[in-house]
Design a protein around this ligand. Structure first.
Ligand code: HEC
Length: 149
């Protein structure tokens, strides 16, 4: 009998094999903006809302915003395949940076739930560092790969 859980990775591999050449074709014919860039802009906007909320000590607002940052929406499957192609063997690192951002946003939310201003500010600084870490490593090569043809 086939185990469904064992079939799933096989399905994903088959799907990626099919999508790989399509991803390559899209990469060499790129004119419009990646969804990831829109997602990043949204994350930037949400960070600004958090900054304002901290200034006003509106901790409930921080609680509401943190998940929008940590659990940001995902690019469509096709774009993910392209990012996978871009990341190559480094794709695990790329993903782990995203996980760090997610964890930091969760810590921020917890601090805000405690109405603890000091903790919120520390957690926010840590969250910002997780953004910076990924940007320092991946932003330039990402832009070079997807936008500079
Ligand atoms: C896993 C990696 C990763 C993490 C984590 C990450 N970013 Fe980004 N970010 C990128 C990449 C790659 C780009 C370049 C995208 C582009 O130019 O299309 C980018 C670009 C941006 C931009 C510029 C968008 C534009 O219009 O050029 C903003 C703003 C941004 N990120 C905000 C954030 C914030 C805020 C966080 C943390 C809360 C964050 N990012 C975390 C990878 C990441």
């Amino acid at each position: 009998m086939f185990d469904k859980r064992r079939l799933k990775p096989v399905f994903v591999i088959v799907l990626i094999t099919i999508l790989w050449p399509l991803a390559w074709a899209q990469d060499s014919n790129q004119s419009e903006s990646m969804v990831l860039r829109q997602i990043m802009q949204e994350m930037g906007d949400h960070m600004e809302v958090v900054t304002a909320a901290i200034a006003h000590e509106q901790w409930s607002q921080v609680v509401a915003m943190a998940p929008l940052i940590g659990e940001h929406r995902q690019p469509p499957f096709m774009e993910k395949t392209r990012i996978l192609r871009f990341g190559g063997t480094d794709v695990g690192t790329f993903r782990s940076y995203d996980n760090k951002t997610q964890e930091a946003a969760e810590t921020l939310k917890q601090a805000a739930l405690e109405n603890n201003g000091e903790k919120v500010i520390e957690a926010f600084a840590r969250l910002q560092k997780t953004c910076l870490n990924c940007h320092q490593r991946f932003r330039e090569p990402f832009v070079a790969h997807f936008y500079k043809k």
